[in-house]
Ligand binder design. Structure first.
Ligand code: BEZ
Length: 207
């Protein structure tokens, strides 16, 4: 048993990135030990599966042996472990609004990761174009939403919602580098350019 919680980590995972950004933002980055998982849906890492039968990454094994997942649960846990301003509002309408914006960001990530798995892991002759197109449309609709009044909300503070959207846009740059989403969503692009300068974002760029 280690003296620090163990974070089951994969550098390419945008869900892991959300957790790492929160750790940086709240001064907790040295409070966890990283376990570099070598894990894909078709080749799970045996170390990850202990107490985590679905093989979720990120997962956080606490010092008492309990394992937390997924990223939403871990973020909530870690946000309760620091003394600063919470990054997830504890109560009131702000809590539900910021968590809903964060959920929308996760929807972008879910679709983008499914596209990645379909295109990088399945043989080309098995690709299902209509399904891929509809996953991409989900992303397009959501980015259009974030490029509207929701962008002003995101800019209010760098919290759970902003971290989620930032990691989603970072993942699109990483896995869909050919897509110039910035031309279609200029407000969002401006916001992303600004928050990308934060040390937490710079320290966690995938690649
Ligand atoms: C990726 O390589 O794109 C990836 C890795 C882990 C989780 C999700 C995506």
């Amino acid at each position: 048993m280690t003296t620090r919680p163990v974070l089951f980590h994969a550098a390419a995972s945008p869900f892991v990135r959300k957790v790492m950004v929160l750790l940086h933002e709240t001064g907790q980055v040295d409070s966890v030990e990283l376990y570099a998982a070598v894990h894909t849906p078709i080749a799970p890492d045996a170390g990850v599966l202990q107490d985590n039968p679905a093989g979720k990454i990120p997962a956080l094994r606490l010092t008492d042996g309990q394992t937390l997942h997924d990223s939403r649960v871990i973020l909530e846990y870690l946000d309760q472990q620091h003394a600063g301003e919470p990054l997830i509002p504890r109560e009131g309408s702000a809590r539900w609004r910021r968590l809903t914006l964060a959920s929308l960001a996760d929807a972008v990530l879910d679709a983008a990761v499914l596209i990645r798995y379909e295109t990088a892991m399945r043989p080309p002759e098995k690709h299902w174009d209509k399904w891929l197109d509809n996953q991409q449309l989900k992303i397009v609709r959501t980015l259009a939403y974030f490029d509207g009044p929701a962008c002003i909300e995101l800019a209010e503070r760098f919290d759970i919602a902003a971290i989620g959207v930032a990691c989603a846009l970072g993942y699109l740059d990483f896995r869909q580098p050919h897509w110039d989403w910035r031309s279609d969503y200029p407000q969002l692009a401006k916001w992303f350019a600004e928050i990308s300068q934060r040390p937490s974002m710079q320290a966690t760029v995938p690649g």
